[in-house]
Design a protein around this ligand. Structure first.
Ligand SMILES: [Zn+2]
Length: 220
């Protein structure tokens, strides 16, 4: 282990100590209440990427958001008997059915390594040489192939293509959420709203997809 890693690890332990001091020995109201249960109203599916921690980006407190973090914030389509989806959907199911969240967000981001790997594979390169990661990112293959197919008309730069694939993949994941009847039913009843977001690491701006158009625009 290098010194840098040791320092990072030590910083976590200092962070835990600081959290204990400020949240448990100071004004304990919030954590005392949360020790009795959680009632988050928003569930966010975000990437595992270290730069896009939803709690930090959106400035929330413990108990505010129920979070699923998975490479490239991918939601697999519903295929009965296929356990691939369970790691993501078990948490979503608990958030929706047991916690009764009102908002379900898929949040992508710029410079997503998972989507880049899916794009490279869609361009004909070998999948990433990882036992689990390679097959996982192929879930974004459809979105990437669509963006590549449009390339002859749009003439976008590689960076623009990456953004397009990241945003298209978010919309696919939102659509895949709807393939679960217990989600679609709640959406139709007006009890649950689905959202597609994309966070720009370069500028810090959040983009959201319009419910009707599916195109992304910056949150004012
Ligand atoms: Zn990512």
């Amino acid at each position: 282990m290098t010194n840098d890693h040791t320092d990072s690890y030590s910083a976590l332990l200092r962070g835990a100590h600081r959290f204990h001091e400020t949240e448990y020995e100071g004004d304990r109201t919030l954590m005392a209440r949360l020790s009795k249960g959680q009632e988050p109203d928003v569930l966010i599916i975000a990437c595992s990427d270290s730069r896009v921690d939803p709690a930090l980006i959106f400035g929330v407190r413990p108990g505010d958001i129920f979070v699923v973090r998975v490479v490239a914030n991918l939601v697999p389509p519903r295929r009965p008997g296929d356990a691939t989806a369970y790691a993501v959907m078990a948490a979503v199911e608990y958030g929706v059915k047991a916690l009764g969240v009102s908002h379900l967000v898929v949040c992508g981001h710029s410079h997503c390594g998972g989507i880049k790997a899916a794009m490279d594979t869609a361009r004909g390169q070998e999948p990433p040489p990882f036992e689990c990661l390679g097959p996982w990112v192929t879930l974004a293959g459809g979105a990437c192939r669509e963006v590549l197919a449009e390339d002859s008309e749009t003439k976008r730069t590689d960076a623009e293509m990456a953004t397009a694939a990241e945003q298209r993949s978010v919309l696919k994941s939102v659509a895949n959420l709807r393939s679960y009847a217990w989600i679609q039913e709640r959406v139709e009843r007006g009890d649950l709203t689905l959202h597609g977001w994309w966070f720009d690491i370069d500028t810090g701006e959040l983009w959201t997809a319009g419910a009707e158009t599916g195109s992304f625009s910056i949150v004012a």
